[in-house]
Design a protein around this ligand. Structure first.
Ligand code: ADP
Ligand code: ZN
Length: 721
């Protein structure tokens, strides 16, 4: 009689035991279909001694497994990663393994699936609904339900369009192979510095052993070309590479560079993929046929057949920190995956995180430096504009000096970038008569005015409403005033100042797909844009040789709030955006508008002395016992029922263990006291490094009970506090 322990894809349940019927082959990692009550769920077989079962069930009461999926078993390295992630981040193993099976539909039988796309032949008489649906679908292709969701109509409307011939079926073969990248295709001539770094990385790939390396080079130093050489080595030896990028909008420029270097695209993985693309990619990387995958953080848990290299580009980016579901940091999990797989991990950054620098200092990570820009390009000059001494004109946000610099840049036919990390027109809208402010009904946050779409939007939950013309409180007409600037408002100012210049706004509102990013790049290269006004989306990845001026509209913005990483993040962000200036032959200039030009972070930016800044920050962290010298964990208690959340938060606080080297603060309302309609309280745990804080929290929470309307989540190594 054969018994198997199965991790069922249901986060509320632990592993369960099943009977393996005669003739069925199940080994650790096998993806199986198991009965649960009346349902059939996917699950993964696990070593029983590594995953204690929730319920001890006698042999005679076991249910039979139903089937083994037509897919390779999850490998041992990935299974160890799942265990580590679940344990370190205090997450249910099923929630982690779900990310590995991201495309459960990849396991279904059909190898060909039918998608639909417009035929271009539009019948003369269409209902308004069908007409609008066709317009929204445009040149997209997808399943009926995908097109229905794009067009915001029912499936029946899409089927109707198929029936009348406006949409046609297209067969997609999900087992059709991907092209194999050619390591010799566009090999560049490396500079001696690049060559030295590349040689070390290539040797690392050839050694087939775990080795984390920080590739630390200033913006424009040619880091990408260097780690491409390591990828080329992996391709030559037919092993797989995973490249993690922080932002989906970054993938397009990356894909293009990859194509130039290797003659074809890598396999992309991100949340914007259609289900057929997902299925095809999953199968190809699980079989080992897809040699290079480029993806967002979720690509980290996929079942690569033989991973030979992991690259985390822009490794300092805070967007690698996942803030929903399983709270993990993709940079740290990437290093762990490399450890379990026994392969090198390259962290590339011009502004490495203090945590990463500390690993280098401890000797845990190697470091390769590229201290100069490639091809003799100079680093830009950086100058602060003191907003107190040289303020903008009344009702404006750009100081005269910055305006003059834009004018000069325009006159030379070069491009400018104005950076402000705030989407929309204004962060706060209020009524000038009665003082009414617009607050999100679901969150403790102000609604942000977006003039381009004439809407108020909550940037936390996505709630939107039309901008009213009349104040809902006092019924005053046209009394609403915008307070403070967002990128749209800066763009308005630029247009008023330079009516003949071509201005573009670059935010997640305007660049929401790789195609949009490609369009933006093309327009920049064709010099169809003179002035870009953008958020952090434009601070990285892009290379525009004709862009010579960068203006930071409000350098103090990120310093508000007193977050532990505020200074570090401000430094990184402004260094990155400065790095967009003067990447070609023409010299770049950066102006930083600030109210406190004497602040340490501003001085470090101006002098370019990164080491001094990092040393001071690191010392301050050490003194405070803050990461990486101590650690934090946040316990967030939330519920739609405020008293219930509060009560449980207090109960958890009361049962906090007294442990040497650990302090518990709170409960207090979380930084966003209400989010998506849930009231949130937070306890902050501060512990010394050596303490196994996960173990402590696990035992502590096990002793407290709460009703199902209350949710308790733990965020280990939290950001944003
Ligand atoms: P980083 O990633 O360090 O910011 P990039 O890799 O984007 O730098 O390189 C900056 C620019 O220099 C890019 O346009 C890149 O194509 C170019 N470049 C870098 N190395 C080489 C090389 N060896 N030969 C030709 N062009 C290079
Ligand atoms: Zn909201």
């Amino acid at each position: 009689m054969s018994r198997a322990r199965i991790l069922i894809l249901n986060a509320a349940l632990g592993p369960l035991d099943y009977r393996v019927p005669p003739g069925m082959h199940v080994e650790p990692g096998s993806i199986v279909i198991a009965p649960l009550g009346p349902r059939q769920l996917l699950g993964v077989a696990w070593e029983p001694d590594r995953m204690p079962s929730d319920a001890e069930v006698g042999d005679n009461r076991l249910r039979n497994l139903l089937a083994v999926a037509d897919a390779p078993p999850l490998g041992a390295a990935l299974r160890r990663l799942v265990e580590w992630t679940a344990s370190y981040y205090l997450a249910p193993p099923a929630a982690v393994v779900r990310m590995a099976l991201a495309s459960t539909s990849a396991l279904e039988g059909a190898r060909t699936i039918t998608e639909y796309r417009a035929t271009g032949e539009v019948p003369t008489r269409l209902t308004p609904q069908r007409e609008q649906a066709l317009e929204r679908i445009g040149d997209r292709q997808g399943l009926i339900r995908e097109l229905a969701s794009v067009a915001e109509v029912s499936d029946a409307v899409i089927r109707g369009l198929v029936k009348i011939g406006a949409l046609e079926p297209v067969a997609v073969d999900i087992d059709s192979p991907y092209p194999v990248p050619d390591p010799a295709f566009g090999a560049p001539t490396l500079s001696p510095e690049q060559q030295a770094a590349a040689a070390t990385l290539i040797a690392g790939v050839a050694a087939r052993a775990f080795a984390p390396t920080l590739l630390d080079g200033v913006t424009g130093s040619g880091k990408t070309e260097v780690y491409f050489e390591a990828i080329a080595e992996a391709i030559r030896t037919r092993r797989q590479t995973l490249v993690l990028l922080p932002e989906i909008a970054l993938t397009e420029p990356f894909l293009r560079r990859f194509h130039d270097r290797f003659g074809c695209d890598p396999v992309p993985w991100h949340s914007g993929l259609r289900s057929s693309q997902r299925r095809r990619a999953w199968r190809a990387l699980a079989s080992g046929a897809a040699l290079v995958t480029v993806g967002a953080r979720s690509a980290l848990f996929l079942p690569y057949r033989n991973l030979g290299l992991i690259v985390v580009d822009e490794a300092h980016e805070t967007s690698f920190k996942q803030e929903e579901g399983v709270h993990y940091h993709a940079r740290d999990v990437a290093v762990m995956r490399g450890k379990f797989e026994g392969c090198p991990v390259i962290l590339a950054s011009a502004t490495p995180a203090i945590e990463t620098r500390q690993q280098v200092a401890l000797g845990n990570y190697a470091e390769l430096q590229l201290p100069a820009r490639f091809g003799g390009a100079q680093m830009p000059t950086i100058e602060a504009i003191d907003l107190i001494e040289h303020p903008p004109e009344r009702g404006r946000w750009l100081a005269p000096k910055l305006v003059a610099a834009i004018e000069t840049t325009l006159a030379k036919g070069e491009q400018s970038l104005l950076f402000l990390n705030r989407r929309g027109y204004a962060p706060l809208t209020l009524c000038r008569t009665c003082g009414h402010r617009f607050q999100c009904p679901n969150c403790t946050a102000w609604m942000v005015e977006h003039r381009l779409t004439r809407r108020l939007a909550c940037h936390h939950c996505g709630h939107i409403e039309p901008t009213p013309r009349v104040c809902p409180e006092c019924q005053g007409e046209d009394t609403l005033v915008a307070c403070g600037p967002g990128v749209e408002r800066i763009a308005d100012e630029v247009t008023a100042l330079f009516p003949n210049a071509k201005t573009a706004i670059v935010t997640s509102d305007t660049i929401w797909s790789p195609a949009k990013a490609a369009e933006f790049v093309a327009r920049m290269e064709a010099r169809d844009i003179d002035i870009v006004v953008g958020t952090q989306l434009v601070t990285k990845g892009y290379h525009f040789p004709n862009l010579t001026l960068v203006g930071v509209v409000d350098a103090d913005l990120g310093l508000e709030g007193g977050d532990l990483r505020a200074a570090e993040r401000t430094f990184q962000q402004i260094r990155q955006v400065s790095g967009r200036a003067g990447r070609g032959e023409k010299p770049g200039h950066v102006f930083i508008q600030t109210h406190s030009p004497k602040a340490q972070v501003m001085q470090a930016l101006i002098t370019g002395d990164a080491d001094a800044f990092y040393t001071a920050e690191t010392d301050a962290r050490r003194d405070a016992g803050a990461p990486p010298f101590g650690r934090y964990a946040a316990i967030v208690v939330s519920s739609e029922d405020q008293p219930a959340a509060h009560e449980i938060a207090i109960a958890i606080g009361r049962s906090a263990p007294r442990i040497d080297g650990m302090a518990v603060y709170g409960p207090a309302p979380a930084p966003l006291a209400m989010l998506r309609g849930r009231h949130r309280y937070r306890l902050l745990v501060h512990a010394r490094r050596a303490l196994d804080v996960q173990d402590v929290i696990r035992d502590w929470l096990r002793a407290v009970e709460w009703p199902s309307k209350v949710r308790v989540t733990v965020d280990v190594d939290p950001y944003n506090f």
